[in-house]
Design a protein around this ligand. Sequence first.
Ligand SMILES: [Zn+2]
Length: 137
Amino acid sequence: MALQAYSLARDGEAYLSPHFRVQEFRCKDGSDPVFVDTALVELLEQLRAHFGKAVTITSGYRTPAHNAKAGGTRFSQHLYGRAADIRVQGASVEEVAACAERLLHGCGGVGRYPAKAGRAAGWVHVDTRAEKARWRG
Ligand SMILES: [Zn+2]
């Protein structure tokens, strides 16, 4: 894996891979630069290929300030450009998480956040940390 820094202003429209642009990983506070791990982009492309449907990133890179505001954990993988919270069109949280687990080969992070009261739509957190982490939120 390799962490890359991109200028949102200059490279926001640029494609990192066939289906993902720099701006999709931007921190929601609009800060520049945007940090993205190349292995994360590869993982998202593999998920997209498996389902043959659009993968929407609801949260990618986060600055420490935004992470705190978003209620993220102190050492969240989002801070390192290694994490994405995603939804796949037409696929359930379980289906997306199971596919991510296969693709990560016993490493990386997979968090399941199913829909529940007060959360209309679920999502799956994926990250490319070296060790294995699995949880349900
Ligand atoms: Zn996340």
